[in-house]
Design a protein. Sequence first.
Length: 143
Amino acid sequence: MSEKTLINVRIGGVPYTIKTDEPGVNVERAAADVDRRIAAHQRDAEWLSSEKALALTAIELADRYLRLKDEVDNVNARYRETSKQLFYLQKETDELKQQLFLLQRGVKDEQPEEAEDEYVQDEPADEDVSRGYGYGGEVDSFV
């Protein structure tokens, strides 16, 4: 457990001593932000009491916190979904690699004995080229 320190701050002109295990700079920064927001509320509505300005600031900060929390929750949900999709894509890629390996091994096994050292593919038939199955044909779709 870390050691607690005492941090002195001023919020709305009132001094506060805060006992915390957080770094002092973080507490001072937060207190300065709250003080700035209270002062802005009081400038905007001079009739506002210190208590009401403090309440408005608390509501404003709570609203900001809740919006950011919702945003983080949404990002985490998208991250989990993307991770799940990535897992399935990696699994599918592994399966396709295995199928490709087996197909390549099958093609190699089917080659005549004399062509085993060097793989030579026959030119495609004219009908294969016209349907897009050869070298010069266009492919209409890939499924």
